[in-house]
Write a protein that binds this ligand. Structure first.
Ligand SMILES: Cc1cc2nc3c(=O)[nH]c(=O)nc-3n(C[C@H](O)[C@H](O)[C@H](O)COP(=O)(O)O)c2cc1C
Length: 336
């Protein structure tokens, strides 16, 4: 049984599926990018309420899983209402990856995704994450093995190549499809670009044109118009939104920041904060919420005034009091 989209007020309405990941239907075309430190259970639940089509968990390392590291396994928590759920794993060894994927499949994800985009030197330099893009044959062996032994569909999230001299995205996409991958998500940058420069949507279009499996476009989607532009430009089946969705879950309702009334923002902030406290505990929940609240207020009037005060708050009452008094300040500022 799969979730259908839920409106902001919690009313359920039915949508046709946008596409399938093998036999898993996706209702909607917008997905929160997996983002270590951000796409945790509380924020995924918020984004789901706003129409996000699939829950992509933060990446875990193959070794962390094999060593049964407590923190690694905690990252694989998800709520029973989050479906479909995609686990993401990174590693550089096909046998160990296979063993780790078998272990995490027991937690019943709908999909397992292989990270081929992580640019962190310690990881990519050791041949995992974006480092795998240097070894297309190994990618082929990994996908062949995983798609043979796992019950769930296996997908891949890639960058365009290691650097501008080795943009091998078409070769990688071909290998992924030929070895059983059920979807490719493409961040339109090379590893050496990190997050700099413009994402190359032409390259995403080339991949989409070449393969039959669904393709997700990712990179430089900042607003609702960008969602429609990347879809038009690339023909991609879905869009992954990362940084622009932090502090702005309304993007999954195809609404821009300016369209959201302050009172609505306050309600969502309160709900997000209470989910954080329920999940992490009262004190840690508030501390971890600081990186989110900064983004919620980013484009608000007088944001520079409130930001330094928000990051010093130690309780939810303090945060909400500050937000409410800020609403009054904004009204005064507008009236002046
Ligand atoms: C803080 C942060 C953490 C990230 N963590 C992951 C991750 O765990 N797995 C992954 O595949 N990509 C990760 N990414 C990359 C994003 O998923 C995405 O591909 C990238 O940010 C480009 O999309 P955007 O322009 O919409 O942000 C991360 C990005 C950021 C900024």
């Amino acid at each position: 049984m799969y979730r259908v989209n839920t409106s902001e007020k919690g009313k359920r309405y039915f949508m046709d599926q946008s596409f399938f990941i093998r036999d898993i239907p996706l209702y909607g075309d917008l997905i929160l990018s997996p983002m270590a430190g951000f796409s945790d259970v509380p924020y995924r639940l918020i984004c789901q309420e706003f129409g996000m089509a699939m829950s992509c968990l933060e990446v875990v390392s193959m070794d962390g899983v094999l060593w049964k590291n407590k923190k690694t396994l905690q990252l694989l928590n998800f709520s029973p209402v989050e479906r479909p759920v995609s686990f993401q794993i990174l590693g550089n060894d096909e046998d160990k990856l296979a063993e780790a994927c078998r272990m995490i499949e027991v937690f019943r994800p709908d999909v397992i995704d292989i990270n081929m985009g992580c640019s962190v030197s310690d990881i990519a330099g050791k041949g995992a994450g974006a480092g795998l893009l240097k070894n297309p044959q190994k990618i082929g062996r990994i996908f062949k093995k995983l798609t043979t032994i796992l019950r769930v569909p296996v997908t891949g999230k890639i960058r365009l190549g290691w650097d501008h001299k080795s943009r091998n995205y078409l070769e990688i996409a071909r290998i992924l499809e030929d070895n059983g991958a059920s979807l490719i998500a493409v961040h339109g940058r090379t590893r050496s670009q990190l997050f700099r420069g413009k994402a190359d949507w032409d390259a995403i279009a080339e991949i989409k044109h070449m393969v039959k499996i669904p393709v997700i476009g990712n990179g430089d989607v900042q607003c609702v118009a960008d969602i429609e532009r990347i879809k038009q430009h690339t023909g991609c089946d879905g869009v992954m939104i990362g940084r622009a969705a932090v502090g702005h879950p309304w993007i999954f309702q195809r609404k821009d920041r300016e369209e959201i009334a302050y009172s609505k923002k306050i309600k969502t902030i309160q709900r997000h904060l209470s989910l954080m406290q329920a999940y992490y505990g009262e004190e840690i929940g508030v501390i971890l919420f600081r990186k989110h609240i900064i983004k919620y207020v980013a484009a608000m009037p007088l944001a520079t005034e409130i930001r330094p005060r928000l990051v010093r708050c130690r309780s939810s009452a303090e945060i909400m009091e500050l937000m409410n008094s800020h609403m009054d300040r904004i009204h005064e500022h507008k009236a002046a």
